[in-house]
Design a protein around this ligand. Sequence first.
Ligand code: DX5
Ligand code: ZN
Length: 220
Amino acid sequence: MSDCNTRIIAPSLLASDWGKVGEEVRRADEAGSDWLHLDVMDGHFVENISFGPQFVSAVRPHTSLTLDTHLMITRPDKYLEMFIKAGCDRITVHVEAEHDVADTLANIRAAGLQCGLALNPATSLEEVKPFLGQIDLLLVMTVVPGFGGQSFMEAETMPKVAEAARIRSEKGLGFHIQVDGGIDHATVEIAAANGANVMVAGTALYGAPDMPSAVKQMRG
Ligand code: DX5
Ligand code: ZN
């Protein structure tokens, strides 16, 4: 497992052409990405509906990239088994969702996967502090989740990234800090300067005319 100081580039499939998803998955792989970020939305926890476990199963055979699954769903506990069976490598759940957070995180790890915890821009870091010792990744959302192509919310989110990085080193923890939403070649450097190392980007990577150079540029 890469350490939390290595910059990891994770294109979000949300921004790809779903009409040729197999090709788009391979394109991210060939462009030199590290992980593939899958934005699962249920139309209840967030205003949009994207895809579910069956779509993840369809993606799985097209790449050996880490499938980094972001569950923007109200009941991640209820669907966990289905996403594990679908071939996810990492599953991130929201602290704001309706579940027993510690239980869900433990169940993800018990299945042999890496577990992540996400918080929305309006959610205080206090909400996730009790769980920092039992996660492999903290996802600090840098937009209000639901749609790609939004603007990076620096003021509301960078202080949380910096504080999480400080706590991590004080406590000798090793979780990745991931940012997701409005990440491009400029905002990625702001996020990195504050302590983030896993960079999720949809528009800036799948929307780029030349994905390999966009990935390279985002790697810094
Ligand atoms: C939540 C989604 C988006 C997506 C990235 O809405 O998680 O943030 O991954 O979208 P871009 O990179 O297009 O802002
Ligand atoms: Zn996401």
